[in-house]
Design a protein around this ligand. Structure first.
Ligand SMILES: Cc1cc2nc3c(=O)[nH]c(=O)nc-3n(C[C@H](O)[C@H](O)[C@H](O)COP(=O)(O)OP(=O)(O)OC[C@H]3O[C@@H](n4cnc5c(N)ncnc54)[C@H](O)[C@@H]3O)c2cc1C
Length: 423
């Protein structure tokens, strides 16, 4: 039978959300010959923040068949990350190729409207049935088991069934909200104000595509500066909401301008630039879900966890979790066991990688820590830091650096996921 969007009654998998996590999971499941429906609320292209990739996205992008498309794009190449102090002093950039000169040690700075559309089109080309402009209202449960989703068009609703539902709804966290599983990290409650500029200063050569992380003078916040095509630069300030919004009026653009003027490292790079967008405001509270999978459902990308954006890890973790989940789902359907326990098989590996990035995030926000000082005192760990910054967080040995870092700063305990939802 065919419903009002021309969809069938049931599929092997329904993926909710067509961002990087959803298109990755959908494409890889379709490659495994699973019958996949992907429902996206918006119509692409749509604006999205999160433009700087980590080089280790390479391997998932390769599996997706995206590398040639990205190589043919005009997206700037990112070869390093550079930290700038509150006084405006540039530190030595972390060049990714220093530890391995392969092409996987470079990556792209991506305008997300274009990148996400490329990823979604790629999913279609690989056999995913994609519908845009179709919000999912809820996941339908029979007891603990997810059995389908309910979509809506005006007043009419439609229920579609699936063996497995993949929640890739990003910060909307559909299942996590439905089951009350969202846990906010009390130590990482930040917000961001950002805008786009044309004509900002860029360094030459292999520094031209760098992501810059620039401290504000009082270390109350930091800026990102990310070069995009057409001489456009994404610039955003991140700090506690109380700092950005309390007693500063209700014009975020005025706050952004003020922060730029107060920050020598950012101000001099924007001296010749013209702002070409409005100011956007977003919460970037770090959070996670208490579970990653249940009977017939799995969470991927920001729908599972969001980590502070300082190291640009969001899209990388969206791709990686989408990939790990797709492999687990394919195997689980093959074995006829789509229980939560079986589907969560990838959780320990994902959580270990996430924990490595999260520890480095905690170090960044600790006033006792600076990359410059750490490098000077412990040059033997520079390679570990580069590995963390490229996203090489799933292999042994990279976490040794935290044994030293723990002496300087308070690092978080790892978190785990529960097997059952608390009643
Ligand atoms: C301030 C800030 C800066 C950031 N900077 C970076 C960066 O430089 N690099 C980086 O890698 N990451 C960055 N991130 C993180 C990055 O944006 C996310 O981690 C990434 O987009 C997650 O991908 P996703 O596919 O999980 O979710 P999303 O990209 O958010 O995609 C989710 C999709 O689901 C759709 N959807 C939601 N609800 C429904 C529904 N009910 N029905 C149907 N569809 C639905 C949405 O429309 C959306 O298209 C940043 C985040 C913030 C807040």
């Amino acid at each position: 039978m065919i419903g009002f969007y021309g969809m069938k009654e049931s599929y092997d998998c329904i993926v909710v959300g067509g961002g990087p996590a959803g298109s990755t999971a959908g494409t890889l499941l379709a490659n495994a010959r699973r019958h996949v429906l992907l429902l996206e609320r918006d119509r692409f292209p749509r604006h999205h923040i999160g433009e700087s990739l980590m080089p280790q996205t390479y391997w998932t992008l390769q599996r997706l068949g995206m590398l040639e498309k990205l190589k043919a794009s005009n997206f700037p190449m990112k070869e390093s990350v550079q930290f700038v102090s509150g006084s405006g002093k540039d530190s030595q950039p972390y060049y990714f190729a220093d530890r391995d000169p392969g092409e996987w040690s470079r990556t792209w700075q991506v305008p997300r409207d274009k990148f996400d559309r490329m990823m979604l089109d790629n999913a279609r080309e690989h056999g995913v049935e994609v519908h845009e402009g179709v919000p999912v209202k809820e996941v339908v449960f029979d007891g603990e088991r997810a059995v389908g989703v309910r979509t809506a068009a005006g007043k009419a609703t439609q229920r579609i069934g699936a063996k497995v539902i993949v929640d890739a709804t990003g910060m909307n966290t559909l299942i996590s909200r439905q089951l009350g599983m969202r846990i906010v990290d009390p130590d990482l409650k930040n917000a961001a104000i950002y805008a786009y500029y044309k004509g900002a200063h860029r360094d030459d050569g292999r520094n031209a595509g760098a992501t810059l992380i620039i401290h504000t003078p009082d270390r109350k916040g930091w800026f990102w500066s990310i070069p995009l095509p057409d001489d456009t630069t994404s610039v955003g300030v991140v700090a506690r909401p109380s700092y950005l919004f309390t007693g500063r009026g209700d014009d975020p653009l005025a706050t952004l301008d003020q922060e730029i003027q107060n920050c020598p490292g950012m101000k001099r790079r924007l001296e010749t630039a013209e702002r070409i967008s409005r100011a956007y405001v977003t919460s970037d509270f770090s959070y996670r879900s208490s579970r990653i999978a249940g009977d017939n459902w799995v969470l991927v990308g920001d729908a599972f966890a969001f980590l502070d954006p300082v190291y640009s890890s969001g899209v990388f973790l969206a791709l990686k979790s989408g990939e790990m989940a797709a492999d687990a789902i394919d195997a689980a359907i093959g074995e006829g066991d789509t229980s939560g326990e079986r589907l969560a098989a990838f959780a320990p590996a994902l959580l270990a990688g996430l924990h490595n990035i999260r520890q480095l995030v905690y170090a960044f926000y600790d006033e006792a820590f600076s990359f410059g000082r750490f490098n000077k005192e412990f040059p033997q760990y520079r390679d570990h830091i580069v590995r963390l910054l490229i996203g090489d967080v799933f292999t042994d040995g990279v976490s040794d650096v935290f044994d030293e870092l723990r002496r300087w700063v308070k690092l978080p305990d790892p978190f785990s996921v529960a097997e059952k939802t608390a009643q």
